[in-house]
Design a binder for this molecule. Structure first.
Ligand code: ATP
Ligand code: MTE
Length: 196
């Protein structure tokens, strides 16, 4: 029996959390992960305002109490006064993984010049990897899956390719992906035979 991965999905948006507009962040995250993951998983979802203490409490609850191996936030990464998701994430993290922030901006720049405005980070807290994504719902697929050419060939890999091995390294469940959506990369010595 494969262990079920618990994945935290956190939409950080003042207006969606107040009902000004419908949240499209959580559905976009859940839909993309449902396509990408072939190993068992379930989501713990939270829709919260851009309030640093609320973001920190939510991340701590998902990591420490609910045992999420992975948490994605969406929203609040820009330069506006109320954008504080990266500060909250760094405050609860024990180690930063700067490569994720760098690469997520690089991928974003393939789609929009304003990707440079995102201050998104990724951190480890205990056995949890926490990754910030921008608030624009389309940025979720762009960042996680990467860029394809007109024939569907990947021309800039998305960051999800590195996430299953990152989770192996922090002692989490073995995540398997559908290579048609995103091919997970692991060193040969870390690949387990598929149990079907
Ligand atoms: N959760 C969401 N659901 C739907 N659309 C969103 C969501 N978050 C952001 N967007 C869209 O992406 C745009 C940029 O996101 P950004 O996080 O900068 O929003 P914002 O202007 O800070 O407002 P808010 O925090 O109230 O969503 C928004 O103007 C909105 O059109
Ligand atoms: N891949 C990708 N990255 C992106 C975008 C996008 O559309 N696609 N939008 C950018 C924009 S317009 C902004 S302002 C910043 C910060 O967005 P946030 O405050 O909603 O997190 O993310 C950027 N990163």
């Amino acid at each position: 029996m494969k262990a079920e991965a618990v994945i935290g999905l956190v939409s950080v948006s003042d207006r969606a959390s107040q009902g000004v507009y419908e949240d499209r962040g959580l559905p976009a995250l859940e839909a993309w992960l449902s396509r990408a993951l072939v190993s068992p998983w379930r989501a713990e979802k939270r829709l919260i305002p851009d309030e640093r203490p609320v973001i920190e409490r939510t991340l701590i609850e998902l990591a420490d109490e609910l045992g999420c191996c992975l948490v994605f936030t969406t929203g609040g990464t820009g330069p506006a006064p109320r954008d504080v998701t990266p500060e909250a994430t760094l405050a609860v993290g024990e180690k930063e993984l700067p490569g994720f922030g760098e690469e997520m901006r690089r991928i974003g720049l393939r789609f929009v010049p304003t990707a440079i405005l995102s201050r998104q980070v990724a951190v480890i807290r205990g056995r949890t990897l926490i990754v910030n994504l921008p608030g624009q719902p389309k940025s979720i697929q762009e960042t996680l899956e990467g860029l394809r050419d007109a024939d569907g060939k990947v021309i800039h890999a998305g960051i999800f390719a590195a996430i299953p091995y990152a989770i192996d390294l922090i002692g989490g469940p073995y995540l398997e992906t559908d290579p048609a959506v995103v091919a997970a990369f692991r060193p040969k010595s870390a690949v387990k035979p598929s149990q079907g």
